[in-house]
Write a protein that binds this ligand. Structure first.
Ligand SMILES: Cc1cc2nc3c(=O)[nH]c(=O)nc-3n(C[C@H](O)[C@H](O)[C@H](O)COP(=O)(O)OP(=O)(O)OC[C@H]3O[C@@H](n4cnc5c(N)ncnc54)[C@H](O)[C@@H]3O)c2cc1C
Length: 459
């Protein structure tokens, strides 16, 4: 019996036969990421149901010298959730999927929090909160697949970030299995608790390199009583800033603020989504606001006074208006003849007009096909740069061009998706040597054998 066979036998004894997949077809969906750019191989995909099972799997893998790739909804866009193609290293390779870890505890309506298993999806958590008049403060277009463990591990931003902050801010407690199989549990709804290091905060954004997150205690927020969603066509990015400032001055709370371009809206329309406004303009913004009184009248007043080309509004949730923004990722993927190069960057808000202009013209800097489509979370200075039709052998050059523009504008090469395997060569643009050495020291302390997600963040 080989080491790999012995490990598979142990894994089957932990989760039963049906949840250790080894058949090529059965594993396929777990071995290619959402973008189709990252695909790999593994000896098995294992699907535990409980924290104890995760601990037993990690211990068995440690004993067998196996490496583990951690996977939630597999919607990450930087190649962090799937293993690479088979390497010379003969160590067994296992994908641990949290797809069966979907329990959601009873919502604590007084403490405004809820405990969930790592595999519960964002949509499921928000629905549970909604039944109690509360809301989950993290929201993103991948909500029906992205999981609690995934959004914590990537410290996801999303469309409510401008209002409530990133996922790290929503984590009150965490349970995670360490690389030696021990269970770390920091589980308290206390608002104030300063006993040493913020380990839940450290695991947020760790991209599966430090521990397997098995359960999360999330903060919940009150649902806004009434919201209005507007889409406005504007000539300049600065016009969006003016709209946002005026809405705040008139007492409205900005719940979301997104930016799209004519090229993106056109593409989404070609894929069957109704154009929200008839007029065309270089930029479009979708802004969702909440408030008291007749907020629709206030928004109409703001649009009338502003220098917008065209504008519409609807009471929330205004799913049709949101579709024009949320369908971008899908439409872009379907339209490109090569896997889309997806670069998720941020710049200081004041640099946004210049950076958008330079990034929109990035195709002029290269002598091969490239269709840039930009959209993003304008209130956070976050631009999703999507490069379509790029030949595979030119991806690195183009990525370097984009990151050069971002660095020159004082920005970050990863606003919200993380580093994964896609951005490893460029981490030096965002972190100093000392900073990277401190991160490596943390990795070495918590995962000394490099068992979890090898190649992610550090290469
Ligand atoms: C249409 C679409 C829209 C998106 N919009 C946004 C957006 O607005 N904002 C944003 O931030 N992201 C967005 N994303 C990216 C993605 O949805 C997020 O990164 C999300 O947090 C990934 O969750 P997941 O469960 O799919 O994780 P996966 O893709 O499975 O994994 C992502 C990373 O987390 C690790 N991981 C997963 N589960 C665990 C666990 N239990 N323990 C430890 N590590 C774990 C993986 O190893 C991997 O490194 C979008 C993606 C799509 C397809």
């Amino acid at each position: 019996m080989t080491g790999s066979d012995a490990l598979l036998t142990t894994l089957r004894s932990v989760v039963t036969d049906g949840h250790v997949l080894t058949d090529h077809d059965a594993m396929a969906g777990y071995l290619t990421d959402w973008t189709g750019r990252w695909t790999g191989s593994a000896d098995a995909v294992v699907r535990p149901r409980t924290t104890d099972e995760v601990a037993a799997i990690v211990s068995a893998c440690a004993d067998a010298g196996a490496t583990l790739w951690l996977q939630g909804g597999n919607t990450g866009l930087v190649g962090g959730s799937v293993p690479p193609a088979a390497a010379d290293n003969p160590a067994p390779r296992v994908v641990l999927s949290t797809s069966r870890m979907v329990d959601i505890d009873e919502v604590d309506t007084v403490g405004r929090c809820v405990g969930v298993q790592a595999g519960a999806t964002i949509d499921q958590i928000d629905r549970a909160a909604g039944e109690c008049g509360l809301a989950f403060p993290v929201d993103l277009a991948s909500r029906e697949s992205a999981t609690a463990g995934g959004v914590v591990a990537t410290n996801a931003g999303g469309v409510r970030m401008i209002r409530h902050g990133n996922t790290r801010r929503q984590v009150l407690g965490i349970e995670a299995v360490l690389a030696d199989g021990r269970v770390l549990r920091r589980w308290t709804s206390l608002v104030k608790d300063n006993v040493g290091y913020d380990l839940p905060g450290l695991l947020a954004g760790s991209e599966g390199t430090l521990a397997v997150i098995t359960r999360v205690l999330f903060r919940l927020v009150a649902s806004p009583a009434e919201t209005v969603v507007t889409v406005a066509a504007v000539r300049h990015v600065e016009d969006i800033f003016t709209l946002l400032d005026t809405m705040a001055e008139r007492g409205l709370t900005v719940e979301a603020a997104e930016i799209m371009t004519e090229a993106g809206l056109d593409l989404v329309h070609d894929h069957g989504v109704r154009r929200p406004v008839a007029a065309t303009a270089p930029f479009y913004t979708l802004i969702e606001v909440s408030g008291t009184g007749d907020i629709e009248e206030v928004v109409v007043g703001v649009l009338d006074e502003a220098d917008v080309v065209d504008g519409v509004l609807e009471p929330g949730p205004a799913r049709d208006l949101w579709a024009s923004r949320e369908q971008h990722t899908e439409a872009i993927s379907r339209s490109s003849v090569t896997p889309v190069v997806k670069l998720d960057v941020s710049v200081p808000i004041r640099a946004l007009p210049e950076a958008l202009a330079e990034l929109g013209a990035v195709a002029d800097l290269v002598d091969h096909p490239c269709r840039p489509i930009l959209f993003g979370h304008v209130g956070d200075g976050n631009i999703h740069v999507n490069l379509l039709d790029v030949p595979e052998d030119r991806v690195e050059e183009l990525t370097g061009r984009v990151f050069g523009i971002v660095a020159a504008n004082g920005g970050s090469i990863s606003a919200e998706h993380g580093i994964g395997r896609a951005k490893v060569p460029w981490t030096g643009l965002g972190r100093s040597e000392v900073d990277l050495a401190a991160m490596r020291a943390i990795k070495a302390a918590l995962d000394p054998d490099g068992r979890f997600n090898p190649g992610v963040i550090f290469g």
